[in-house]
Structure formats: structure tokens, C-alpha cells
Design a binder for this molecule. Structure first.
Ligand code: SF4
Length: 288
């Protein structure tokens, strides 16, 4: 029996597979790691600033000095930038020092808003908690990291420049995995799951907070989804994204230039396609 080619899946790798199987194949089977874009680095820097504050609250019972939060943002972004950044076409040609400075300023603004408007109302018990789940009949484990656990619930931080959908927390598979992980680690399910959104706008930072709940039916759905992903991997089936999906663009896909469904759209295979007219009924069935 051949060994399953990946040791573990994660909520984000399962989500990537859902969007585009080929992205997953490039990233996790071929090991092609594309440097993150500026927005991802800005998010990582913000998380580092927020973590610095929350860790101080957990360890010492008091917030970290705001200067330490800003330093953590700056240091993290500088370190990530040195590891490599993927500039988008409209960013290329601009001085990198300017782009980096803007990213640092934005991350500090985001983490400061969290510091002032969100953190004072949080009761963190654990932060950045890693987990690895063994699930029956799954040929690999599920690994991940819970941003923040309170006594009765879990929270995740999101940063970006667009507003979340109203039901983002209710529909988030990531929160479902975190709830399942909290139950597996602690023996009791969380009472709630929540998202804290920091939205960077032209005039400032807007906070959106959403909460929801999870039950065993939610867990089952995600486990089935993970199993289907592993079956596709076992069969070597890696579907491309729909060509009009937001992720299938040079902005959002780092594999765009190598992928036959992206920039390299020249197909050498020609298909002899035949067809027939069908009745209205058949068409309606398809639309259903
Ligand atoms: S170019 Fe499109 S199909 Fe190809 S890996 Fe990227 S998202 Fe997937």
C-alpha cells in the first residue's frame, strides 16, 4: 500500500483544496512555496502585535505597553519581508521601502484598534494553542492553531480591507475545526465561536464582531469534507479553480504563471466535441 503523501491537513489547506485542487497540489505535494503578498504579511504583523498584548494579559494579568505591541508588529513585518514578499503588478516599480513602511503603519493601526477596542473586553485563557487531531479512517491528522480561547469559547482574528459577510462566523469551517479541537483537547465543547474582524478603511479601522455556535452535525460535515479531500489526493485528482473564481487571478494565485489553467492557457490537446439539441425539461433539470 502506498503511503499517503501528506502527513496532515489543516483548516486552511482543506479550504485551499476546496477553492482549487491544483493550488493544493503545487503547495503541498510539489512543495512549491510562494512568498506571501503584502496583505498577508500585514496580517501576520498585526497578529504578532495582538499576540504580544494577549500573552501579557494571560501571563501577567495586565496589557502589554502599546509601544511593545507596535514594536512586535514592526519586527515581525521586517522579518517576514526579509524572507520574501510577492509584489503584485501594481506594486512592482514602487520603492520597497515605501511599501514596507505602509504595511508597518497599517499593521500598527490595526493592532492598536484591537488593543483599545477589542482586547479590554476579552478574557483570554490560552492563546496560539496548537492541536493535532486523529480522526478515524482519515489517512492523516488535522493540525491547526486556535488564536484565542476564553473560558467558554474560542475566537479568531481576521484582518483585511473589505467587510465580512453577515454570517461569516456562522459559516466558517475554520471555526468548526477549532471548536472540534477545543472539545477534543478539553473534553467539553465551547459554548460559542467568534470572529473579531479589523477592517482597514481609507479613514481608519472598523471593528466587526460576530459569534455563533457549533454542534456535532457541523463537525461531521467538516470531517466528511476532509475525507473527500483525502480521497481526491489518493486518486491524484486535483481540480482547477473555476476560471471566474476570485482566486484564479495573478493577484491571488502565486502559481498563475506556471499553471495551465492560469497564464499558461495553451492546451495542446484538441477535443472532437459532438452535441445534440435537448428538450426544455432536460435543461431545467440541469439548472436545478
Ligand atoms: S491559476 Fe487558477 S487553476 Fe491554476 S493553480 Fe491558480 S487558481 Fe488554480
Amino acid at each position: 500500500m502506498t503511503e499517503f503523501p501528506v502527513q496532515h491537513l489543516s483548516p486552511s489547506s482543506i479550504a485551499m483544496f476546496g477553492r482549487c485542487g491544483r493550488q493544493f497540489m503545487y503547495r503541498y505535494l510539489e512543495g512549491l512555496i510562494i512568498p506571501p503578498g503584502i496583505s498577508a504579511i500585514r496580517g501576520t504583523g498585526t497578529h504578532q502585535g495582538v499576540e504580544t498584548n494577549l500573552r501579557s494579559i494571560v501571563d501577567d494579568g495586565t496589557p502589554a505597553p502599546i509601544e511593545a505591541v507596535a514594536d512586535a508588529c514592526r519586527d515581525k513585518i521586517n522579518a517576514e519581508w526579509e524572507r520574501g514578499v510577492r509584489l503584485l503588478p501594481d506594486e512592482q516599480g514602487q520603492p520597497e521601502s515605501t511599501l514596507r513602511g505602509v504595511a508597518i503603519d497599517e499593521a500598527i493601526r490595526l493592532s492598536r484598534t484591537h488593543y483599545d477596542s477589542i482586547a479590554p473586553n476579552l478574557r483570554p485563557v490560552q492563546i496560539e494553542r496548537w492541536f493535532e487531531l486523529d480522526i478515524p479512517d482519515l489517512p492523516c491528522t488535522i493540525k491547526g492553531r486556535i488564536d484565542l480561547q476564553e473560558a467558554n469559547g474560542i475566537r479568531d482574528l481576521k484582518t483585511g480591507k473589505s467587510y465580512p459577510s453577515e454570517d461569516a462566523a456562522a459559516r466558517s469551517p475554520q471555526l468548526t475545526w477549532y471548536a472540534l479541537a477545543a472539545q477534543a483537547l478539553d473534553g467539553t465543547p465551547p459554548d460559542y465561536v467568534a470572529l473579531d474582524h479589523l477592517v482597514l478603511t481609507k479613514t481608519g479601522v472598523t471593528v466587526r464582531q460576530q459569534s455563533s455556535m457549533r454542534d456535532p452535525a457541523d463537525y461531521s460535515r467538516e470531517i466528511v469534507r476532509a475525507r473527500l479531500v483525502t480521497e481526491s489526493i489518493e486518486h491524484g485528482t486535483f481540480h482547477p479553480a473555476q476560471p471566474d473564481h476570485w482566486c484564479c487571478t495573478p493577484k491571488w494565485c502565486g502559481y498563475w504563471n506556471r499553471c495551465p489553467y492560469g497564464a499558461k492557457q495553451a492546451s495542446t490537446v484538441s477535443y472532437a466535441v459532438s452535441g445534440r439539441a435537448t428538450s426544455q425539461d432536460t435543461e431545467e433539470q440541469i439548472d436545478e
